[in-house]
Design a protein around this ligand. Structure first.
Ligand code: SD4
Length: 291
């Protein structure tokens, strides 16, 4: 029997998982838990891959992608959202209160403002400085594991055994204007099936989308694989592609099944998952392909 409630997240985000657990222990739903957990990182200006303080695109604009999915298989997402810190909350509102699943750019911002959110400048001094430094050479090359890869993805199971997930990011730093990654794409950056489990991705979004990574992991679990085996096979799909350039990019998956078992796997070293279960909030170093 799984120890519930529980929550896992990509990377080292113990404050975020602590917030989620607080909600879960107070009897909150997995959906509330993943939203509030993601919000912790969105508000943290020191996390330069998410929300406020995120690194900008090459024109200096911070643009956010986020999505959320609940136990009923409903989903909502925002892409290319500017000037609003809590992209994940707007994604949730898209899911719950609109006839749509995805809003982009100006429309997403307009919707947030209608909901009462205030416009904020998301470009902090330190992110602006980093961008100005980058502009000197303007070389676009995603850096494995470093600031480029701190997207937060969360999966939670509440005391009723129901699963929800969310994902939020400022995307790859210095991306082209208008670029959207995997994180707001249901099935790629995130997928939940309350009968089976959930998965969330981080890393180079383009490569995740090519294999519809999170959906793949959940489907592999449906076929009987453990979360760990499913994550490994999904990474295998990427690295075994003809001409895959995997030595030069990172992708990581974390997954949970209905039994509360978890898995995580990445291409390169240094990926990690934070797990809060049974009173322990811990960082778990992920196993990886390029040993
Ligand atoms: C993207 N998957 O936009 C995201 C980037 C990421 O930590 O994971 N950053 O492609």
């Amino acid at each position: 029997k799984p120890v519930l409630p529980m929550v896992i997240a990509t990377w080292h985000v113990e404050n975020a998982t602590a917030k989620s657990m607080e909600i879960l222990l107070a009897g909150g739903t997995a959906l509330d838990a993943v939203e509030q957990g993601c919000m912790v990182e969105e508000a943290d200006v020191n996390n330069q891959s998410v929300g406020k303080g995120g690194l900008p695109d090459r024109e200096g604009n911070v643009t956010l992608d986020a999505c959320i999915m609940n136990k009923d298989g409903d989903c909502g997402s925002v892409v290319y959202l500017q000037n609003i810190t809590h992209a994940v909350s707007i994604a949730r509102k898209v899911m719950e209160d609109t006839p749509h699943i995805m809003l982009a750019g100006k429309g997403a911002e307009q919707y947030a403002i209608e909901l009462g959110y205030k416009k904020e400048n998301l470009l902090t001094e330190s992110s602006k400085k980093a961008w100005e430094e980058w502009k000197k050479e303007s070389k676009y090359k995603p850096i494995i594991n470093i600031e480029n890869h701190d997207t937060i993805g969360m999966l939670a199971i509440d005391k009723n055994g129901d699963i929800s997930g969310a994902c939020t990011t400022s995307g790859l730093s210095y991306k082209m204007a208008g670029r959207i990654g995997d994180s707001p794409i249901i099935g790629s950056g995130l997928f939940i099936d309350n009968e089976i489990g959930g998965c969330v991705a981080t890393g180079l979004g383009e490569e995740v989308v090519k294999t519809v990574g999170s959906f793949l992991v959940v489907e592999l679990m449906r076929q009987g694989k453990s979360p760990q085996e499913a994550c490994e096979e999904a990474i295998g799909r990427i690295v075994n592609k003809p001409n895959s350039d995997y030595k030069n990019f990172q992708v990581g998956y974390i997954a949970v099944n209905k039994q509360g078992e978890t898995g995580s796997y990445s291409i390169h070293e240094w990926f990690s998952m934070t797990k809060f279960q049974d009173g322990v909030n811990e960082r778990i170093q992920s196993d990886y392909y390029l040993r």
